[in-house]
Design a binder for this molecule. Sequence first.
Ligand code: FES
Length: 297
Amino acid sequence: MIASLVDRVVRSQRWLDPTGAFIQRVVGAIYKPLGGPGQSLKSFLHGTWLGHALHPVLTDVPLGAWTVAIVADLVAYSGKLKPEVGDFCVLIGLVAAYGAVVTGYNDHHETIGHELRLATAHGLLMTLTTALYTASFLLRWLGGGSARDLAVVLAVVGYVLLISAAYLGGDLVFGIGLMVNRNAFIDGPEENFVRVGRPQDFAEGQMKQVDAGGMAVLVVRYGGQLHAISNTCAHAGGPLDEGELDGTRVTCPWHGSRYDVVTGHVVRGPATFSQPTLNVRENGDSVEVILSRSLHE
Ligand code: FES
């Protein structure tokens, strides 16, 4: 009920499309002149080094800290708690919130369609929330009775926005699967080797997509050896065989994530999860593959 109402409201906000596109252009313009180091920074902020999206790790901190701050602020009015407790919690939340805003807009850069609209609404609400908490903290810092009252009011308003924005953030991940590992729900050959072609079908330095028991697999011959990984990009499902191969590194054609076809490791974001790998063997006139480890057990 709430979900469909939120969905309708967000879809009807057409202004979110140009606003989101504008934010993406600004983020792109920041990274572009930085070249390679900018790419590395962007991957870092996605969480590629962590093997997990960095943004949700940071968002948990302000949610927790600002929840405690609300309670501490209200209890402080009774005199049973020092007001500095609430101030400190607001500060802790703020430090993480700045990181969450930066990593959030970094992830937002690769969104399209409805996910762009939803991510823009989520990002703008979180930015406004962070601005309110920044003002609240400055008022606390400046001190004074009436300034503190206003600081607490701003924090309460900010908290309502925070919960609303967090709902949209949850919808982004659990509802439409943004930043979810696209290999999480696939199946592949786990029990027995599956034939995917003949040795001569796989030329040196070429990429070839094959079907391995229903799983789209990318096979690459490099240095005479065959290597295989899932052909579905972990980031958003891009077809890796349509990307570019440089040595053992394949670059996804959709948003530029890069993987090593030997290890499956992600070496450049926005992807944060590595690709499942498959063992390959040449068996007479056949090339056969099997997952190097189970995907679900
Ligand atoms: S689908 Fe986004 S980088 Fe591959």
